[in-house]
Each structure stands twice: as C-alpha cells, then as structure tokens.
Design a protein around this ligand. Sequence first.
Ligand SMILES: C[S@@+](CC[C@H](N)C(=O)[O-])C[C@H]1O[C@@H](n2cnc3c(N)ncnc32)[C@H](O)[C@@H]1O
Length: 405
Amino acid sequence: MRLHRNLVFAVIDGLIEIFNEGSYADKVISKQLKRDKRWGSRDRSFVAETTYDIVRWKRLYAEIADVSEPIDRKDLWRMFAVWCTLKGIKLPDWPQFEETPTRRIKGRFDELSKTRKLRESIPDWLDELGEKELGDKWDVELASLNKQAPVVLRTNKLKTDLDTLKAALVEEGHETENLKAYPDALQLQERGNVFATEAFKNGLFEVQDASSQMVAPYLDVEPGMRVIDACAGAGGKTLHLAAQMDNKGQLIALDIYANKLKELKRRARRAGAHNIETRTIDSTKVIKKLHNSADRLLIDAPCTGLGVLSRNPDAKWKLQPDFVAKIQETQQELLVDYSKMVKPGGKMVYATCSILPSENQEQVKKFLKTDEGREFKIEKQKTILSSESGYDGFYMCLMVKKDKA
Ligand SMILES: C[S@@+](CC[C@H](N)C(=O)[O-])C[C@H]1O[C@@H](n2cnc3c(N)ncnc32)[C@H](O)[C@@H]1O
C-alpha cells in the first residue's frame, strides 16, 4: 500500500479533534471525508478505517510510541508510524517518519501484548469493571469488541422485500449475504458507501446492526396497536416498529431531544412510515398524559454503549466512572416512570446496547421490587454478547403488566 499525503493529513487532523477536543469520531470522520470531492471509495475508506483503528488502539499505540497525554501532532505522527509498522506498510521517506524505530515497535508490541489492558487498549478502570461484571467472559468479549463491525442493512418491509432489495443493491455494485437468524438483514460483503445508493435514497433499507434488529420483533407488536417508543432518538427502532405494524395503529416516538426527533421524522418520510407521531419530553406532563394507554412500550434506554464499542471505539476514552453510576440511576428512573404508560395486560421491552449486568438484568430485578415493578412479570430476556453472535452486544427483556382483576 502506498500512503497518500493528503489522506494521512486528514487522519492526523481528525485524530487531533477526537483526542483533544472531545469531538465524536463518527462526526469528525464524516467532516474529514468532505475535504476533497475527488476522493474515491478507497481513499474514503482509508481515512475512515485508519482513524477508527488509531482511536481503537490509542492506549497500545501510545505506549509503544512512548507518548503520553495530552497527545500533540508530533505524537500522532509517531502513533501513525506504529499503525503502519504493525500493518506491514512501508513508511515513506517523509520528514515526519525520520528515525522511526521500526524494529523496536515490533518488540514493544510483543512485550506489551502480554498485559490485557494494553493488548486490548482500554483504560484500567473499564477493564476492572468489565472483569468484575462479566468474569471469565470479559477476555473474549473485549477482544471481540475490538474487531471492526460488519455493515448490516435492514430491509424496509414497508417498501420492498429482501430478494428485491438484494437484487437492487447488486445493480448498484453492492453484493450482500443473507443472515439466517435475522429475517430482514443483509450483510455487505465489502464495505462501501451504501448511503449514496438509489435504494437508500428511496427508503428501501436502513443501516442497522443485526443485534439491534432483534429488539423491535421482541416487543411483539401488531398492526392497530398503540405503541410507544420512549427513547426513540433518531428512530432506528421506531422505523422497524412501524414496519412491523404495517403502518397501522399509532406509534408515538418520544425523546428529550427535539433535534433527534426531527431527524426521525425525516427518516420516516424516506421510509414511507406514516403512523409515527413524535413528542418531545419537555415536562412530566407528556408522560402522565400517556399513563395506562400503551399496548406496547419500548424503553431503549440510554446506556454506556459498551456493547457497541466495535462501531464506536472512542467511547473507551470518553466514558467516565461517574457517568456509569449516573446513567444507571437514569435507567432505573425510566423503568419506574415510563412503565406507567403501559396499560393493564400490555407489554414492555427494556433494552440497552450494553453488556454489563448492572445496566441490564440487575436493573430489571431492582425494578420488579418497586411498587410500579410489582405490576410486571418477565416473559423472556436475552443477553447478546458480541463474542457469541459476531454482532453488537445487546440486552432485551420483555415484561407483561398484570391485567386488571
Ligand atoms: C440508546 S439511545 C436510543 C436509540 C434509538 N432508540 C434507536 O434505535 O436509534 C437512547 C435515547 O434515549 C434518549 N434519552 C435520554 N434520556 C432520556 C429520558 N429521560 N427520556 C427519554 N429519552 C431519553 C437519548 O436522547 C437517546 O436518544
């Protein structure tokens, strides 16, 4: 592989923003990709994947390169040289790479790889938390979460079917494979910019991880029901629910952020999902008005996101211990307050994209002991580990509210 100067500069500039200015990797990368209209798909994937790689392996590469925080531009060139050396890419004779100790890099890598928190490149506190919560499973799970995530599409059944979509994507140069256990899913055989396809613009699919595609079906919705998606965000699962409801009935999408719901509306138009109504939670009245009214409720709760580190590696560096404690309080509050929207005999799913029991089954256990929780019983629950499924880590629990006697 030959390195192109302008692409490498885009990577270095992006990393400065991610590491030093607290910016989110996905946002920075999409900004960097707009730098040069002439870049082809290979150039774009070099910028995106190299940036993600160096974010993912930040601690390991920094240790190898003898770099400490705050990381400046010169340090980043050293870390980039580590990335190249470990990938077997020949360093060009640019001044930035003068005196790179290639041999020493390989030796340091072998030596540091003996220690898990360095090998897997993770802060001490997070490694300790993962081990405390997942025990023996943490080792393989962590390794799995450091692998690049596959790109999975969800067929929008409101507009097409799997085979028609598959054929349409082939026409546009994207080969996909079916995933047996996921009826609406197609996995890209090669990464590519599927957002530029006509199929996407026409709303024939959404990009959605295979594990995430299991959540809406778990809620057991039917056309004609009143369904509430209480933490709808930009609507990944709302759109799936609309398709499961065949656009019939009422689907109320809530969130505390109006801008996310605005994006949801835009996506719903593209997807041809017509039964969605959005409401911003700007006071407790919004929830109160809906008490005892929902046939089905989804709480796709805010969480640490530890199940989705493979697509969001900068969470390793942005997460802080006090956030973990705070988000767990919020999760319990949401269960207690929002479960009141379920009508007697109705059902709710509590879901997270975390793999920590303290955000998942333990939250549910605690909830079931509260006054509100005593009204519910668990019908089924599932923890998806990335190391077992090959996709994102997720948790989902289906609970049923007692019918009135
Ligand atoms: C895991 S994300 C939801 C992702 C979304 N369901 C999807 O499938 O694309 C959690 C969402 O909860 C929202 N949120 C945070 N606190 C909330 C609260 N108190 N009530 C409702 N939503 C909240 C966040 O804004 C975020 O959009």
